[in-house]
Design a binder for this molecule. Structure first.
Ligand SMILES: [Zn+2]
Length: 92
């Protein structure tokens, strides 16, 4: 486990959230990631988090893996990584 400067604790193992709109829900993750729930990004639906599917510009919900959900519930983790390091997303 590691602690960021803002006090949020996260695990080094890469756990990867996905952004998907309500049309493209229940994403099937690569690398064996299984998405178990979704949470709303800050300011949803007027959010900068847009569905990651091709040709879709709908606002995206943030789908979490089982481990991410545990962090969300137990550790109050609110910032999640996407599968590349271009950006992260903050949820409610
Ligand atoms: Zn979509």
């Amino acid at each position: 486990m590691s602690k960021l400067s803002n006090g949020i604790i996260y695990k080094i193992k890469k756990i990867m959230a996905l952004s998907r709109c309500k049309v493209h829900e229940n994403p099937q993750g690569r690398n064996g990631n299984e998405y178990v729930t979704n949470v709303e990004p800050i300011n949803f639906p007027d959010t900068s988090s847009i569905c990651g599917r091709n040709n879709c510009n709908n606002p995206g919900l943030i789908w979490l893996t089982k481990e991410e959900k545990k962090n969300y519930d137990d550790d109050k983790m609110r910032i999640f990584n996407f599968p590349n390091s271009a950006t992260k997303v903050k949820v409610k």
